[in-house]
Write a protein that binds this ligand. Structure first.
Ligand code: KG4
Ligand code: ZN
Length: 337
């Protein structure tokens, strides 16, 4: 079965072709980073308009790369939420119309379920059950995953998501947009411990997180005096250390709590090198296996959506007949699945 995946929930247009027998045949992403950069954040209307421009060329691209005709597509999976309403509507209307034209089913997919299952696209795929640490720009959640479609929320951020904290802190340090990767680069040049930042909720006996106070602590440190370039890097390093320490401790505690042996990490912050180093070494000591998606599949992409749709169809899900009517869900808790 050949599934076309379409992602357009925020500022990346991603398309991919996943074959249930042959695996991922092709995927392509267009990122709008350069377009939103001058505004310091995503401008929803510009995002929607850009998705419109990119979808058809990207579809052509993935078809050519996979050496298939569009008539070979058996189903279309698309991100129906959560995300920006307009951006989601562009992807959904494209997916639903193409599905009608090709007379194939269209399957609305939850963006976070896509992230959650993305490590299963790797050659060395994890086996169920596992705990998932979802760390994206909009979400920080720990979930117990029994199988495809069975997700139990263990804990989540009570305020800013980890990626959001990276982005906002980067902005405070004048690093532009998107801040997460830029902050990570700066942190590599600094030394943690020269500034002292809190480890929020590290010792709370639950799996919840809170990152907004950390950003305020960075602001206070940055405002106390003019920071030199070295001090800025030290502050970035300490921030990264604080976030990763809490994420690692809580994720491994959740794995223990659930009595499983595997942790998967998904979402944009999963690309953070320091997080991976710390998790790998702590997990090794505790006999826990950690799986990550390939770096290119950490941030938003169509491959995870195609894969998620394919797994749902393989599990027997029958796409509803909607006769041209469809809806997107900008707010959509994963547990509602
Ligand atoms: O999963 P994603 O692509 O989009 C959402 O669904 O939110 O995640 C994007 C988030 C952004 O906040 C970005 O700053 C963060 O992931 N991010 C990183 C790194 N790469 C991306 N944060 C820290 N270190 C990185 N290397
Ligand atoms: Zn995402």
């Amino acid at each position: 079965m050949l599934v076309l995946g379409i992602e357009s929930s925020c500022d990346e247009t991603g398309l991919a072709l996943y074959d249930t027998e042959r695996g991922l045949l092709s995927h392509a992403v267009h990122t709008q980073v350069a377009m939103h950069e001058e505004y310091g954040g995503v401008v929803p209307e510009l995002a929607s308009r850009d998705h419109i421009r990119r979808l058809i060329p990207l579809l052509r691209h993935v078809l050519v790369e996979a050496c298939v005709e569009k008539s070979a597509i058996d189903a279309i999976a698309y991100t129906a939420g959560p995300g920006l309403a307009g951006a989601l509507l562009v992807g959904a209307s494209f997916a639903e119309s193409l599905a009608q034209a090709l007379a194939v089913p269209a399957l609305p997919v939850h963006h976070l379920e896509g992230h959650l299952l993305s490590p299963l696209l790797s050659v060395d795929a994890p086996t169920f059950p596992f705990v998932a640490l979802l760390v994206s720009g909009g979400h920080t959640q720990l979930m117990r995953v029994e199988r495809v479609g069975s997700y139990e929320l263990l804990g989540e951020s009570l305020d800013d998501a980890a990626g959001e904290a990276f982005d906002k802190t980067a902005k405070l340090l004048g690093l532009g947009y998107p801040g997460g990767p830029a902050l990570a680069v700066l942190a590599q040049q600094g030394t943690p411990g020269r500034f002292s930042l809190p480890r929020p909720m590290l010792r709370s006996a639950d799996f919840d997180f809170s990152f907004s106070g950390l950003k305020t602590a960075v602001l206070t440190a940055a405002r106390s005096r003019m920071l030199s370039a070295t001090e800025k890097a030290d502050l970035a390093a300490e921030f990264q250390e604080a976030v990763t320490e809490v994420l690692v401790a809580k994720a491994l505690a959740a794995v223990k709590h659930c009595g499983v042996e595997t942790l998967i990490v998904a979402g944009g912050v999963g690309a953070n090198r320091r997080l991976r180093e710390r998790l790998d070494s702590a997990a090794r000591r505790q006999g826990i296996r950690v799986h990550y998606p390939a770096l290119a599949l950490c941030t938003d992409n169509g491959a995870m959506i195609a894969y998620c749709g394919a797994q749902r169809l393989l599990a027997g899900e029958k796409p509803a007949r909607r006769d041209g009517a469809f809806a997107v869900r900008p707010r959509w808790p994963l547990q509602a699945l």
